[in-house]
Write a protein of this length. Structure first.
Length: 490
């Protein structure tokens, strides 16, 4: 296998990065070229993404990566969080800055949706966990508000694909990213026309779907000239960041029953299946069936993850206390264990704001003492997340009928080693952590599959196992964590 180089544009809700990946016969080398801050922009009493600023940073990173590569790159691909989108007009121009999924315009939209179409029927078609931030309810909010922007829209393009559109001029919806919208029929892999009709939404604005690992076009000539390169192939790897993170799970093809946890601002926890699983029990437990790579389904739960820690850190900085993540975690490790619990999926925690106050309001409402110590608050968060992960593993085993022997944790959140150890303790199972830059790794791997450099996901995962240091956590204090889990469930 000859060596090839690829550029991954990896966009997260807190930061973005441009990475250069070098793939050879049995190795993948990943280099961070450019990292930049990302986050919500307050505009017209709403939360938005500053798309033009984002694209400028992406171009800066691509330019630097092209110089660093020294040889022509074989592809560029973009991945991002799910559900959010931009609307372009008939001239191909972005009508307005895309909304942020935490914007309050979707408050009450779930209840409105169920008036228009029965909840069970929506789930039967989409197989997606009900969350007010889903694309379906963002569009419904626009329809309910009689938004003129929706009337002007020619096409809806999801975030990563919107960047790829700016790079290539090609309009498409990559399947795995589109599957997060709750606008797809996950059994047919097509847009769910009944939902568009029930919600009175314009189905004609939805682009044609493409599969992950598709070469969709080339860098536009004017951009190639600006960046001093040939028209590089633009690839739809897995446009959804979790898709790429799961593709980068270094699991073995045989002899290991495993689940994954993509750990970052959100925690995405689940298993790979070969088909969507939609039953009354799964509807009751609210699992999500999202598209995966190479004809797989990512069967998972969305859990609010290290968002709690990020928001606490941000609030304390505003109050004048500067703490690094390492310092925060060190304080948590020294704090007393199991003083309280929170429900990580409680709706009050979804929107930005004073997270320590929100947590204390939740605790007092549940007859638990408020927390004043910063380390104690972070410990309660991390313990509650680990116990929630145990709950989800139990549910996964229940609905799939398969035992889970090992959990693979990937993503930036695994740098919090205390959370990794707590997770092993809570699950009573081995946890394997790595790689950290899982989304970028999966992005690069999917490009290598698209160009024919790699032939299968099994081969790709073997390369990943050979390329990154993985850390194993064995469970500790099993009986203590088992008893605390029973309290947490109550």
């Amino acid at each position: 296998m000859s060596q090839k180089k690829y550029i991954a544009v990896d966009l997260g809700a807190e930061s973005g990065r441009v990475m250069l990946g070098t793939v050879s016969t049995d190795n993948l080398i990943l280099e961070e070229i450019h990292r930049f801050a990302n986050g919500p922009l307050e505009q017209n009493n709403s939360l938005r993404w500053d798309f033009e600023k984002l694209f400028r940073e992406i171009k800066t990173g691509i330019a630097q990566a092209l110089v660093k590569a020294e040889i022509p790159v074989a592809g560029i691909a973009v991945d991002s969080w799910g559900v959010d989108f931009g609307l372009i007009d008939r001239n191909g121009m972005l009508i307005e800055n895309p909304y942020h999924y935490r914007d309050s315009r979707t408050d009450g939209m779930l209840e409105k949706a169920f008036e228009l179409m029965p909840k069970r029927e929506i789930y039967q078609q989409t197989g997606i966990q009900f969350m007010q931030l889903n694309t379906a309810y963002q569009l419904l909010a626009m329809r309910q508000a009689k938004s003129p922007v929706l009337t002007k829209a020619h096409k809806l393009i999801f975030m990563a694909d919107l960047v790829a559109y700016r790079l290539s001029g090609e309009i498409f919806a990559e399947y795995t990213l589109a599957s997060t919208s709750q606008l797809m029929n996950m059994k047919t892999g097509r847009w769910a026309r009944d939902i568009f009709k029930s919600f009175d939404l314009p189905s004609e604005i939805m682009p044609d779907l493409v599969q992950p690992g598709t070469v969709v076009g080339k860098l536009k000539n004017e951009l190639a000239e600006e960046l001093h390169c040939d028209p590089v192939p633009v690839i739809a790897a897995g446009s959804h960041d979790t898709t790429d993170a799961v593709a980068a799970v270094p699991a073995r093809a045989e002899g290991e029953n495993w689940a994954y946890l993509s750990c970052g601002t959100w925690s995405l926890m689940g298993v790979e299946l070969d088909r969507a699983l939609i039953t009354d029990k799964i509807f009751q437990y609210q699992f999500t069936n999202e598209g995966g790579v190479q004809n797989t389904i990512r069967f998972l739960k969305n859990i609010m993850g290290l968002w709690f820690v990020q928001e606490c850190k941000r609030q304390w900085e505003q109050e004048g206390t500067e703490l690094s993540y390492a310092q925060i975690t060190d304080r948590a490790q020294k704090a007393p264990p199991f003083t309280a619990y929170i429900d990580p999926n409680h709706n009050d925690f979804l929107s930005p704001g004073d997270m320590p106050t929100k947590i204390n309001q939740y605790l007092t409402a549940n007859n638990l003492p408020a927390i004043n110590d910063k380390g104690q608050m972070i410990r309660v968060i991390l313990e509650s997340l680990a116990l929630e992960y145990r709950k989800v593993v139990d549910l996964l085993e229940n609905v799939t009928g398969k035992s889970i022997d090992v959990l693979h944790m990937v993503g930036g959140g695994i740098q919090n080693e205390l959370l990794c150890q707590f997770t092993a303790n809570a699950l009573g199972r081995k946890v394997v952590a790595g790689p950290i830059e899982a989304t970028a790794t999966g992005n690069i791997i999917m490009q290598a599959l698209a160009t024919g450099q790699i032939n299968s996901l099994v081969e790709a995962r073997a390369i990943i196992r050979n390329s990154f240091d993985l850390k194993t956590y064995q469970p500790q204090d099993r009986n203590l964590w088992k008893s605390q889990y029973q309290k947490f469930r109550k």
